[in-house]
Design a binder for this molecule. Structure first.
Ligand code: TXA
Ligand code: MG
Length: 353
């Protein structure tokens, strides 16, 4: 039942629109129906969303949800996001829907926003990690939407990676890391956003940002017409695994440096015999490719950088570099989620302020 594209065989590639940097993939309806049937049977299905690939299971089936934790190697007390087809399903999953939730759902769903709300009795403890709240999101991807509609219920899905590792933004990443452990893998091509959803908790009076992500904080504040609190400022009552300092870590150690220190550090490491990958943003050409140093020129726009970031980390991990040096991105608001992921990916969380 596994759907494993053969990446070496171009005839297996789906419709690719070369004018966009994102591929447009379609999945035949019989495969979507097969995936929905597997979910109903308590199996796991990996599927694309606009942010990253998810590892899905029937959110009302505790045994199926436990399989996600086993496959990911994730501690069972870390809650999962329940993906739903439309905001109209909110009352099934939550008992209290504040006005702010309707406003944000109307403005941004389907899209890269997860809302944390009081859970309803329908949500098993396995999904919430025993907490009385639930994370909900309507993903903005045609394959995810088709799967949710065919299945008819909520799909609990974390990112489809091993716990603490880099999230997958292509089906190949999922295949490489989770392989045959997943019952079915739906290939939707590269993810359009490439960074996980923004998570906002609405369980208290004030909205609290738990994780910056694909939707900007400013867009949320504009819609709510007020500032939202940052998780560190609010007393954290919730556990968010993405908040762990070591989260999103590739196996190649990362350092983040301002432009002026980047090349000095690259050469220092190269002299020690290290094979160094450099994620370069600036257009200065002090440093050139050599046997020891390989430069990855990253996009200057934050959304394009985000789309490529995890894929670049996966690539570098495969290529056996000893160290990854990332040039610190600008500190403007559109880079907030990337700063957050870079800081967590760096083995020392203190390198980037
Ligand atoms: O973009 C995304 O959010 C992707 C795609 C697949 O939807 N999903 C994702 O899931 O990133 P995951 O499990 O890797 O990260 C979701 C985060 C976790 O850090 C989890 O702790 C938090 O959401 N979360 C889920 N339910 C929660 C809850 N009830 N309270 C607080 N945090 C919650
Ligand atoms: Mg994750």
């Amino acid at each position: 039942m596994n759907r494993r594209p053969n990446y070496d065989n171009p005839t297996e590639c789906r419709i690719r629109n070369k004018t966009l940097s994102v591929s447009l993939y379609t999945i035949p309806d019989n495969e979507i129906q097969a995936a929905a049937a597997l979910l109903r049977a308590g199996e796991t299905v990996a599927f694309p969303t606009e942010t990253v690939y998810g590892l899905g299971a029937d959110a009302t089936n505790p045994r199926a949800v436990r399989k996600i934790f086993e496959i990911k190697g994730r501690p069972i007390y870390h809650p999962l996001i329940v993906h739903i087809a439309a905001a109209s399903q909110l009352p099934v999953w939550t008992q209290k829907i504040p006005d702010a939730a309707w406003r944000l759902a109307t403005a941004f769903w389907p899209g890269p926003l997860t809302l944390i709300l009081q859970r309803s009795s329908q949500v098993p403890n396995e999904v919430t990690g025993g907490q009385d709240t639930v994370g909900l999101r309507v993903p903005d991807h045609p394959i995810a939407t088709a799967l949710l509609r065919a299945f008819g219920g909520g799909i609990a899905a974390p990112s489809a990676n091993r716990f603490g590792q880099v999230s997958p933004t292509t089906a190949q990443h999922v295949h490489d890391k989770l392989g045959s452990k997943v019952s079915m893998l739906l290939d939707g091509g590269p993810c359009r956003i490439g960074v996980e959803s923004t998570i906002v908790s609405l369980t208290d009076e004030e909205a609290v940002l738990l994780r910056p992500g694909g939707l900007s904080i400013e867009a949320i504040e504009d819609t709510l017409n007020k500032k939202i609190l940052l998780a560190q400022a609010a007393a954290p009552k919730v556990r968010v695994s993405g908040m762990l300092d070591s989260h999103y870590a590739p196996t190649t150690p990362i350092e983040i440096h301002p432009t002026e220190k980047l090349w000095h550090r690259a050469h220092q490491l190269a002299k020690l015999g290290y094979k160094v990958a450099v994620l370069k943003l600036s257009d200065d050409n002090k440093c050139i490719n050599s046997d020891e140093i390989k430069i990855f020129q990253m996009p200057l726009l934050a959304n394009e950088y985000g789309r490529n970031f995890y894929a670049t980390l996966h690539h570098i991990d495969h290529a056996n570099f000893d160290r990854l040096l990332a040039e610190a991105p600008p500190t403007t608001h559109e880079w907030v989620a990337l700063h957050d992921r870079m800081r967590r990916a760096a083995h020392s969380g203190a390198l980037l302020k």
